[in-house]
Design a protein around this ligand. Structure first.
Ligand code: CP
Ligand code: NVA
Length: 309
């Protein structure tokens, strides 16, 4: 059966480890495996803006011998009402994988239900699982290997109800991490995702904490992550969010509370002076550029792994 990657728990802990190990290998040798030699085409569909995801998947597919076929919203017949199912039935005959950034999770699920080739979630309103693979790989690389991830305390502070929070919950505990979400009232993660994360954590030795206090989230953390306070689609709430999220900014005080040498992650794009201060994102403890680079290596690893299942 075809293996899709629609949310972080579509990889078991053992499978996630394999993908992360391969990601680190791709960083050492960008051409270590080339499953798309032919070239085979891979479809990349974007219903929302993107810089990193578009470039990293495109470059990665090319480096693996394939042809990235980038289709923007508005240019496909889906924008004029063709169904997701019919689109899948056509694409699966022509490409080796379908990568899609879109709105509701149910849209990638519908694509996957009608596709005989792997479908990859390149960000939905609910999850951003490719980003978390890159984040985990970057932390692993910076700490000497994938084996270093289990047992780390990872604090995410900011919008607890967004795609990054949900993916840190599922992807983090899959890696055996202790995931703490610090978020204001009214921005709690989806309880079903918290339950699922707790279930995975009980198998991997990880844990989950959701708090309304920035300090409780970051105290002693090995890794601090944040994300924009205004995700794509939330632009209308920008002013309100700036006030509500202010106590959750990642700044020098966050690093004071964290473990010595804690690493800082941000999926980017970042807004300095809002969710993170310039001294922190541009400082010594930030690994955000390594994290961005790992979008390339981790997604190549994911694609190579999925197409050989
Ligand atoms: N982090 C991330 O997904 O970046 P883009 O929106 O630029 O793809
Ligand atoms: N939470 C952000 C992530 C951007 C990569 C968004 O959905 O806009």
């Amino acid at each position: 059966m075809v293996h899709h990657f629609l949310r972080d728990d579509d990889l078991s802990p053992a499978q996630q480890r394999e993908v992360l190990e391969l990601a680190l290998e791709f960083k050492r040798d960008r051409y270590v495996t080339q499953p798309f030699v032919g070239p085979q085409a891979v479809a990349l569909l974007f219903d929302k803006h993107s810089t990193r995801t578009r470039v990293s998947f495109s470059a990665g597919i090319a480096e693996m011998g394939g042809y990235p076929l980038v289709i923007d919203a508005g240019n496909s017949q889906m924008a004029r009402g063709e169904s997701i199912a019919d689109t899948a039935r056509v694409l699966e005959r022509m490409v080796s994988a379908i990568i899609w950034r879109t709105f509701g999770q149910e849209r990638v699920e519908e694509m996957a239900a009608h596709s005989a080739v792997p479908v990859i979630n390149a960000l939905t309103d609910e999850f951003h699982p490719c980003q978390i693979l890159a984040d985990l790989a970057a932390v692993a690389d910076a700490r000497g290997g994938v084996g270093a991830l289990a047992g780390l305390d990872l604090a995410y502070v900011g919008d607890g109800a967004n795609n990054m929070a949900h993916s840190y919950l599922l992807g983090g505990v899959t890696a055996g991490m202790h995931v703490r979400i610090g978020t204001p009232e009214g921005y709690l993660p989806d309880p079903a995702i918290v339950d699922r994360a707790e279930q995975i954590a009980s198998e991997t030795g990880g844990s989950v904490l959701v708090t309304h206090w920035h300090d409780d989230a970051v105290r002693g953390a090995d890794v601090i992550a944040t994300d924009t306070w205004v995700s794509m689609g939330d632009e209308g709430e920008k002013a309100d969010r700036a006030k509500v999220f202010e106590p959750f900014q990642v700044n020098a005080a966050s690093l004071e509370l964290a473990a010595p040498g804690a690493q800082v992650l941000h999926c980017l794009p970042a807004y300095r002076g809002k969710e993170i201060t310039a001294d922190v994102i541009d400082g010594d403890q930030s690994i955000v550029w390594l994290e961005a680079e790992y979008r390339l290596h981790a997604q190549k690893a994911l694609l190579a792994w999925l197409v050989r299942q």
